[in-house]
Design a protein around this ligand. Structure first.
Ligand SMILES: Cc1cc2nc3c(=O)[nH]c(=O)nc-3n(C[C@H](O)[C@H](O)[C@H](O)COP(=O)(O)O)c2cc1C
Length: 157
């Protein structure tokens, strides 16, 4: 088993593709977060659902991906940029685990807004954790871009 975990939530597969690329290049274990209720695949309906959850600080129950993380030292955490912040299932994961002594590396996919507040929002939840520079990809991940970024983060497994 690797001491690297790649954990992510993805609705339309962009973040999943980036997660798969990171897993391929790092040899880490991969975990998809699945909330108990799926969001709509219709953008306008999803936008309403997500706005409502984010405004209430609602964190959905996870039916997959929430297993303990004790065996991992480096945790890549991936999310789509949803209204400048993390998708609620990713916030559920972060709130339910202790990252003290671990290294967290954020990644996101977005439609033009980059990380938005995602890195700040993760840092607020994990104040005692080393957080290395992440990657924000608009659309589909390119292998070379991911490779260059991984080299530059200086993470050590
Ligand atoms: C509800 C919703 C809100 C979004 N909000 C933003 C945003 O604030 N900024 C941005 O750049 N992209 C935003 N997007 C675009 C997504 O971040 C982008 O399409 C992302 O790659 C989707 O990831 P996924 O394919 O893993 O679900 C939003 C998409 C949805 C569905």
């Amino acid at each position: 088993m690797s001491n690297i975990l790649i954990v992510y939530y993805s609705l339309f597969q962009n973040t999943k593709n980036l997660a798969l690329e990171i897993a391929k290049q790092t040899g880490g274990d991969i975990r998809e977060l699945i909330p108990d209720k799926s969001y709509s695949f219709d953008y306008n309906t999803a936008a309403k659902e997500v706005r409502n959850e984010i405004s209430r600080g609602f964190c959905p129950k996870l039916i997959s991906g929430n297993e303990p993380i004790d065996d991992y030292k480096i945790i890549f955490i991936g999310t789509p940029n949803w209204f400048k912040t993390l998708a609620p299932p990713v916030m559920s994961f972060i709130k339910q685990h202790n990252f003290t002594g671990k290294t967290v590396i954020p990644f996101c996919t977005h439609g033009g807004g980059g990380f938005g507040n995602i890195v700040n929002d993760i840092t607020k939840e994990c104040p005692k954790t080393v957080i290395l520079p992440g990657i924000a990809i608009n659309g589909t991940a390119v292998r070379e871009e991911v490779a260059n970024w991984l080299d530059s983060t200086g993470y050590e497994s």
